[in-house]
Design a protein around this ligand. Structure first.
Ligand code: ADP
Length: 501
């Protein structure tokens, strides 16, 4: 057995490969960006061949950089951008159209149609998701409807559908495997997360031939092997999960009630809810975290659209800061935001408000407000939004929260982490290794091949970088939250649907 685990972190803007040792430390990494294709306003595509070649190049480069051979790798784990889909021809293994990316809005009208006929209720019950163009099933239907000959070929069984994990496994295995894992299947809008099967009724309504669909395999399981034409060793591909679920696993949130927050451009929160799929009353998603050892673990998921992006906006548009890091330094120069609130509803508000017509607002300005106060208010807004989603999770799950584990670019901001702890009244724990997504994919793969014995062994690897203990008084927290709620109210229903076009 090799001494290392390889993780492929296939993201929206770049493909990365990281190699880990048994302590969960990074021994090598490589990254390559690829092209974003915007054929029309609101449409986003990737070239699947470029996803594959960029991924393969980073695999080779990561091995070279650590002076390793493929034979040194025990297993490969994949964490992928979720909901992005590819349709390829089984006879040639060539894609028949570009990958349609999760951000792409081209199927919004079909989603509206589904809502108008009330099918969205059924979709929510069966898949745990809301009926939105974000998910991959409607994108698959679009390709079948718009690419000449696609539907005919699909009906003859010539085509294969996959999210990016399926696509990479297919290529890595030299075209042999056509699989996906439970977590990725649960993001298609086609998979029944309770019965654990592709749902016939949904497939009929979408007009999707079942022969297109991959076999759904456990997230931690030797699902396929690399082909010798690709790498000079036969390595099991033994871990697969969507990136956010992989991060939950990488943060070792193995017990019900454990939550991780990734503070990136936006903010993604997932709560492990154990073996129970908890329906949400607050508009959160119910989804599969992972399936392994004959057991399915479910999660509640919520996201905020704008988090680190607000810091970028301060830097690039307002030019209040020169770098994202400088935001902490400036904000630390003042005790508080001096009564200022920024509601970053640049693209409307998500959970729990769900107001697409809300717009960004800065409230509470007085003559004494300076640059530091504004920057501080921006950082605080990320924490306020996170608190709202976490409160929804606690409410919907009925599970208490004892800590919040954080990662992502903006988790580097100590002031943000401290304010988050103060708002939630629980410790914020930031791990030493912030690569939770890749680490999660590595853990899933390593567990499947016995590289790690069990989850306890992995949990022991989770090393705290820093802990933030709440120290704000209850009274002050209450006042701040009340102020935030009033600010959010002012930002709501700002544009009328007509103005939005
Ligand atoms: P993504 O994966 O979404 O591209 P990352 O996890 O790489 O995002 O994080 C990048 C985001 O984090 C950017 O929006 C940036 O503004 C923000 N960010 C990075 N460092 C800091 C910091 N020290 N304080 C606040 N925000 C930060």
């Amino acid at each position: 057995m090799g001494r290392y685990i390889m993780a492929l972190d296939q993201g929206t803007t770049s493909s990365r490969t990281l190699i880990f040792n048994s302590e969960g430390d990074i021994v090598s990494s490589s990254q390559q960006e690829f092209k974003q294709i915007y054929p029309r306003p609101g449409w986003v595509e990737h070239d699947p061949e470029q996803i594959w070649t960029s991924q393969l190049q980073t695999i080779r480069e990561a091995l070279d950089r650590a002076n390793l051979k493929a034979g040194d790798i025990s297993a490969i784990g994949i964490a992928n951008q979720r909901e992005t889909m590819v349709l390829w021809d089984r006879r040639t293994d060539k894609p028949i159209y570009n990958a349609i990316v999760w951000q792409c809005r081209r199927t919004a009208n079909f989603c509206k149609e589904l809502q108008e006929e009330g099918f969205d209720t059924k979709l929510r019950e069966k898949t745990g998701l809301v009926t939105d163009a974000y998910f991959s099933g409607t994108k698959l239907k679009w390709v079948l409807d718009h690419v000449p000959g696609a539907r005919r070929d699909a009906e003859k069984g010539h085509l294969a559908f996959g999210t990016i994990d399926s696509w990479l496994v297919n290529r890595l295995s030299g075209g042999k495997a056509h699989v996906t894992d439970y977590s990725n299947a649960s993001r298609t809008l086609l998979y029944n997360i309770h019965d654990l099967r592709w749902d016939d009724e949904i497939l009929r309504r979408f007009g999707i031939p079942p022969s297109l669909l991959p076999e759904v395999v456990p997230s931690s399981h030797p699902a396929a092997f690399t082909d010798l034409k690709i790498l000079d060793a036969t390595i099991p591909i033994a871990g697969i999960a969507g990136d956010q679920q992989a991060a939950l696993f990488g943060q070792c949130c193995f017990d019900p009630g454990m939550v991780k927050t990734t503070y990136g451009t936006g903010c993604f929160m997932l709560m492990n809810t154990g073996q129970e799929a908890k329906p949400s009353e607050s508009g959160l998603l119910t989804t599969i975290a992972w399936g392994m050892g004959g057991e399915i673990t479910y999660a509640l998921e919520g996201s905020t659209f704008i988090a680190g992006a607000l810091i970028q906006w301060l830097r690039d548009e307002l030019k209040l800061i020169r770098s994202a890091e400088e935001s902490e330094q400036l904000a630390s120069m003042v005790e508080d935001s001096n009564g200022v609130y920024i509601v970053p509803a640049f693209v409307g508000l998500g959970a729990p408000h769900w107001d697409p017509h809300a717009r960004g607002a800065i409230l509470g300005l007085t003559r004494g407000v300076n640059r530091s106060h504004l920057v501080r208010a921006a950082i605080e807004s990320i924490a306020f939004q996170t608190k709202e989603v976490v409160d929804c999770m606690v409410h919907d799950s009925g599970l208490g929260l004892t800590e919040l584990r954080v990662d992502g670019g903006a988790a580097a901001n100590n002031l943000l982490c401290q304010f988050q702890a103060d708002l939630l009244g629980i410790p914020i724990r930031r791990p030493k290794v912030l690569e939770s997504t890749a680490l999660g994919a590595a853990y899933l793969a390593g567990l499947a091949v016995g590289f790690w014995g069990n989850r306890e062994e992995i949990s022991a690897n989770w090393t705290m970088g820093r802990e933030f203990i709440p120290r704000m008084s209850e009274d002050r927290r209450r006042k701040l939250v009340m102020g935030w709620e009033r600010a959010v109210d002012r930002s709501k229903s700002w544009v009328s649907p007509e103005q939005e076009g």
